[in-house]
Design a protein around this ligand. Structure first.
Ligand SMILES: NC(=O)c1ccc[n+]([C@@H]2O[C@H](COP(=O)([O-])OP(=O)(O)OC[C@H]3O[C@@H](n4cnc5c(N)ncnc54)[C@H](OP(=O)(O)O)[C@@H]3O)[C@@H](O)[C@H]2O)c1
Length: 381
């Protein structure tokens, strides 16, 4: 049963609670115009609006509703969300496509990246205080960014770049970290290397091009005519129009490949790599290292990934190149590095569209269409 002291008043007129899991119970009461109040058992907060996933499937399984705000644990920061970035993972999660790896109990507040103001900090938080402007990629299995407030582990948070507003800052964490961790850590890109990035015009690609350039690489990307001007403006050296030309016919040999598309695109990338090169994908099939390195040493999952990635790994072995599927991780220190690059002017943030939070369903539908140039963000006003 909920202990939320400020909530017993609401319960006064309400029907008895229905328990629907260890984290939530539901009351039908007078508080919410939609007739429903969710009471997370561990929260004592005031009411807030949140975009809640009630069941996996299409958009009808999620909706905006009022729930109590979270209370930060000792190592957490309570952030008043000013803007939240959207990503393909949000609709994939909503569809239940990540159930093999992430299985939070429903209902669940969606959303993975935020920018906002710290309004309270837990007793063990050392580096942040109320009033700080911060941004974060929240823990993979906790979500919660599509809400007026979210509680985030201190280690996942960094001070916002001083030259960005909340909207642009919210567009950075998930995609910026993914690009940084792939190119710097997994591919170890060195000055003078030739790097091929598939899908350069989207959320990850716009960061990846700039980070590869910052690392000193010669960068080629795939983009349609709709994205060509953008990727060139970000510093890309060569562009392959994927709607007109096969990557494998484009000529050129690459030291490293960062695949954001998967499928046939990845197959074509195998054909243009130098022997000994490596491809990191974030859009094809996970392989055993994904479960060990990125998902907390999950041996059973590693065995499953060994089986499903057998074809791709054999293909890579035949071509004499390495294959890795990266599942990015939240990191406040990596975010601080991105903030520094942004403040120096090395990294620009590309926001395609912004929507008010009330239109988050439309925003997600836009991301799902797969044509975004840069990022899509919802703002709280
Ligand atoms: N594993 C991880 O940790 C991780 C992290 C982040 C993202 N991801 C995944 O990485 C993928 C990319 O994410 P994102 O945020 O960059 O997606 P996004 O922003 O939705 O990408 C949209 C862009 O992709 C371009 N595009 C579509 N099909 C293409 C193709 N065949 N070749 C080249 N470009 C193409 C589109 O350009 P046009 O409209 O011009 O075609 C559009 O500009 C998604 O599958 C996402 O789920 C994985």
């Amino acid at each position: 049963m909920a202990k939320a002291s400020s909530w017993w008043v609401l319960a006064w007129h309400a029907k008895p609670p229905i328990d629907i899991g260890p984290n939530f119970s539901v009351r039908v009461g007078p508080f919410n115009p939609e007739g429903e109040v969710l009471i997370p058992l561990r929260t004592h907060g005031k009411p807030m609006r949140a975009y809640v996933l009630k069941h996996y499937g299409g958009p009808e399984g999620s909706r905006l509703m009022d729930i109590p705000a979270p209370t930060p644990r000792p190592r957490e920061i309570l952030v008043e969300v000013r803007a939240a970035g959207l990503n393909p993972v949000d609709f994939k999660f909503r569809q239940g496509k990540l159930r093999a790896i992430l299985r939070p109990r429903l209902p669940f507040v969606l959303g993975n990246e935020v920018a906002g103001e710290a309004v309270a900090v837990g007793s063990e938080v050392k580096r942040f205080r109320a009033g700080d402007h911060v941004f974060a990629r929240v823990a993979k299995d906790s979500g919660g960014a599509f809400a007026e407030q979210v509680s985030v582990d201190e280690d996942h948070v960094a001070p916002m770049p001083r030259n960005l507003d909340f909207t642009a800052a919210a567009a950075v964490p998930l995609t910026g970290l993914t690009a940084l961790q792939a190119l710097r850590d997994e591919l170890g890109v060195k000055p003078g290397q030739k790097v091929l990035i598939s899908g350069g015009a989207g959320g990850v690609g716009t960061f990846a091009i700039q980070i590869a350039k910052w690392l000193g690489a010669h960068v080629t990307t795939t983009a349609s005519k709709r994205g060509e001007a953008l990727v060139r403006a970000l510093g890309c050296d060569e562009v392959i129009d994927y709607t007109a030309q096969d990557i494998s016919k484009a000529g050129g040999r690459f030291d490293a490949g960062f695949d954001l598309i998967g499928g046939k695109t990845l197959e074509q990338m195998f054909e243009v790599m130098k022997p000994g090169a490596k491809i990191v994908s974030i859009a094809a099939l996970p392989e055993p290292q994904t479960a060990i390195k990125d998902l907390g040493d999950r041996r059973a999952l590693s065995a499953l990934f060994w089986i499903i990635s057998y074809g791709i790994r054999s293909r890579a072995r035949r071509a004499g190149i390495g294959y890795r599927y990266l599942f990015m991780h939240p990191s406040g220190s990596d975010l601080a590095q991105l903030a520094e690059l942004i403040e120096q002017g090395t990294l620009k943030v590309v926001v395609d569209k912004t929507y008010p939070f009330a239109e988050i369903s439309e925003a997600l539908a836009y991301v799902e269409r797969g044509r975004a140039k840069g990022k899509v963000v919802v703002t709280m006003s």
